[in-house]
Design a protein around this ligand. Structure first.
Ligand SMILES: Cc1ncc(COP(=O)(O)O)c(C=O)c1O
Length: 494
């Protein structure tokens, strides 16, 4: 598809072809003759802020114009370009809204960057536990009534933080939730890292900006045609100051932004403005054809595709069709085995594998051939499978261990290395997560209970590599030493 060259790329091209002597960063001096890798990687266009190219942290020219275009496209009050991924937007947004030492309400299913913000800002978390879907075992939506109850329990919360869509594409009822939070004067930050494509075209679910969220962070690189690490932060409504967000971005984002990344965002925005409508229709058509082609699967199930529908998932408000979640629950293979078969037998590389499901991500740049290859492979593998009774049932919702002390306190305490099987009752001094998706099973300061240990053991048995901050898994975990526990108990009793 043809489109006009985006202004930033035009400016970069003009500079690259000019006679300007580059007595500035970067050290490769755009000399692509210097080494082959520089030419392969497009170093000819790799500059940072020099005269004529504006300033990411104080935009007044070409970058401001481009960001204003993005704000108009997503219909937000202000858009910031991020080149350290959604991660830096989440850190900055939470610090801007919640400050230091306050309380926040958040889904336990938040990405680790949210937990890192809680750690850095010494926030007290009030968790919302997503119900688990019975058939796929994945996290469902956060409901308005859960939010209502959390606000009643934590009315002084400075921010509500939600992930919608989740890594698996599950959406929450954001319009209703934002309304409830705003009635209580609480702003809402939506981690829409996986949903930058939402709300831009007919036939796709509504996005978080349109739903009324105050801060929306989107990874452009996950589903839209933009380079890795590129993301957006939208500021909406009147509860959050855009200046406060800008100040925090000055802390969490590099002071030497890559213009390759910035011009990729500019190019993506320009592409969406000129070709978006047609491209979104085509993407949806590919997915409809894919759905038809997997209708006859006997063993594998694909969330909302083929024979599956919303009525079978009462814990979901809605689903983002771009995510293909393929369940092998009740069959003779596991998620990691299905991922391996697709890789080795069909040359298909998936986004992730969990115990009994895998995720295939689609994006605006996908082709019908990609989706046809996937449906062909799934149909062929399905024929080789047998049904097997399910061994373990999920708990009804994500288990959340009891929080004994703050992350910061736990990380500063003296610790011991405790064998995994003897951990119950100990207080964790480290994070444990499966990556991807990077959602913690255990946070420093939490007391390890049976449900948490069982979840870790079950995931490891299913071939999922769990990571802990110290790297001591699968054998042991760093926990608070007996002296630190005594100190914590004394604090607790005061
Ligand atoms: C839900 C969610 N939020 C935030 C992030 C961080 O995004 P980025 O990689 O753009 O920093 C991720 C990354 O996978 C994610 O899955």
């Amino acid at each position: 598809m043809k489109q006009p060259i985006a202004p930033l790329l035009q400016a970069l091209q003009a500079y690259a072809h000019s006679d300007a002597v580059p007595m500035h960063m970067p050290g490769h001096k755009r000399n692509t003759q210097f080494a082959d890798y520089l030419s392969v990687l497009g170093a000819g266009f790799d500059i940072t802020e020099i005269h004529g190219f504006d300033d990411l942290h104080q935009p007044e020219g070409i970058l401001l114009d481009s960001m204003n275009k993005a704000a108009a496209l997503w219909n937000s009050r202000k858009a910031f370009y991020l080149i350290n991924g959604s991660t830096c937007g989440i850190l900055a947004g939470i610090r801007a809204a919640a400050g230091q030492g306050s309380s926040v309400i958040l889904t336990r299913g938040c990405h680790k960057s949210v937990y890192h913000a809680i750690e850095l800002c010494d926030l007290t978390p009030h968790y919302l536990a997503p119900a688990l879907d019975e058939t796929f075992g994945i996290m469902g939506s956060i409901t308005p009534s859960q939010v209502e109850q959390a606000i009643a329990e934590c009315p002084h919360a400075k921010l509500l933080i939600l992930t919608s869509p989740t890594y698996e594409g599950v959406l929450s009822d954001l319009p209703r939730i934002c309304e409830l939070a705003h009635k209580a004067g609480i702003p809402v930050l939506v981690d829409e890292a996986h949903g930058a494509h939402l709300g831009l075209a007919e036939g796709w679910p509504q996005g978080a900006v349109d739903a009324g969220a105050d801060l929306v962070v989107q990874s452009l690189h996950k589903t839209l045609p933009s380079l890795t690490q590129t993301a957006l932060m939208h500021v909406n409504g009147s509860l959050i100051s855009a200046d406060a967000v800008a100040r925090q971005l000055g802390i969490f984002e590099t002071s030497s932004p890559s213009y390759l990344l910035l011009s990729s965002i500019d190019g993506c925005v320009e592409y969406l403005l000129h070709n978006g409508t047609q491209a979104f229709v085509q993407w949806r058509e590919y997915l409809t054809i894919f759905s038809e082609s997997v209708k006859n699967l006997q063993h594998l199930k694909i969330l909302f595709y083929g024979q599956d529908s919303l009525t079978q998932h009462p814990t979901f408000f809605a689903h983002d069709p771009s995510k293909l979640v393929i369940s092998c629950r009740g069959t003779s293979i596991t998620g990691p085995e299905l991922m391996q078969q697709l890789r080795q037998g069909y040359g298909i590389e998936l986004e992730m594998a969990s115990g009994d499901y895998v995720i295939a991500m689609t994006g605006l740049g996908d082709t019908m051939q990609n989706l046809a290859a996937l449906s062909h492979a799934l149909c062929a593998i399905d024929k080789t499978l047998q049904s097997q009774p399910q061994k373990q049932l999920n708990p009804p919702s994500l288990p959340i261990p009891q929080r004994i002390c703050s992350v910061d306190t736990a990380l500063r305490s003296s610790t011991v290395c405790t064998p995994l099987e003897q951990c119950i009752g100990s207080i964790s001094a480290e994070y444990v997560w499966a990556y991807p998706p990077g959602i913690p099973l255990l946070v420093p300061g939490e007391q390890i209970d049976q449900a948490c240990l069982d979840t870790c053991l079950r995931l490891m048995q299913q071939g999922i590599s769990l990571r802990s901050t110290s790297g001591s898994l699968p054998d042991s975990l760093l926990t608070l030493s007996p002296e630190s526990v005594v100190a914590q108990n004394a604090m607790f009793l005061k």
